[in-house]
Design a protein around this ligand. Structure first.
Ligand code: ZN
Ligand code: ZN
Ligand code: ZN
Length: 198
């Protein structure tokens, strides 16, 4: 049976985890291009017999990295990971399929997580955190209600504000959560009342 090697990377354009397979024979014979299904990025591997030159699309920083490794590392053994020079983390794996597939799964989860908790999610992270914990205290004292009489509400967190939405009438109270003044204003409230629609 022909010996296969796997290449894994995250597409910087569509975020898809890519897992490609090439035979050792094919890799030694000619340059290999492994393209993401979206068509916007591809990994290039080219060898002169002793070294491999690689161009790796990086899902972590969005650039394409050049790398050089020995042909032995690429074509045999347990495998290697290439790290992103910008983030210092591994962004590409080459080796045996099960190991590469497992590493790619972990990487895809990390990249997804990075996207959801980017530091720019809120205008001011500290203020937002304080506002949310203040709201938690108010909720614990049952101090949030609606003028329609309801005590049920849901919370929607935005970049620079938090909306409290009455669960019964749909009334809304917007609390700005971006500056020290926003926080001070909230901290001196004994209770919050949503202006109801009824
Ligand atoms: Zn893609
Ligand atoms: Zn990178
Ligand atoms: Zn209401």
């Amino acid at each position: 049976m022909e010996q296969m090697r796997s290449f894994g990377f995250i597409c910087p354009h569509c975020g898809q985890a890519n897992l490609h397979q090439r035979s050792v024979f094919a890799l030694s014979a000619a340059a290999a291009r492994m393209e993401c299904a979206c068509g916007k990025s591809s990994l290039l591997a080219e060898t002169d017999g002793t070294k491999f030159r690689l161009q790796v699309p990086c899902g972590l920083c969005g650039k394409t990295h050049q790398a050089q490794c020995s042909a032995d590392e690429v074509l045999s053994g347990r495998g290697i990971g290439l790290s992103c020079p910008d983030t210092g983390r591994l962004c590409c794996y080459i080796g045996e399929e099960p190991a590469v597939a497992a590493a790619m799964e972990t990487l895809a989860v990390q990249v997804e997580k990075d996207k959801t908790d980017t530091p720019e999610a809120f205008t001011d992270n500290v203020i937002m955190y304080e506002v949310l914990s203040e709201l938690k205290d108010l909720a614990a004292r049952d101090a949030i209600s609606c003028s329609c009489g309801s005590h049920r509400y849901s919370m929607r967190v935005g970049r620079a504000s938090v909306d409290l939405i009455c669960g019964d009438c749909g009334g809304r109270l917007r609390l700005p959560a971006a500056t020290d003044e926003d926080l001070d204003r909230l901290c001196c409230q004994m209770k919050l009342e949503i202006r109801g629609r009824k």
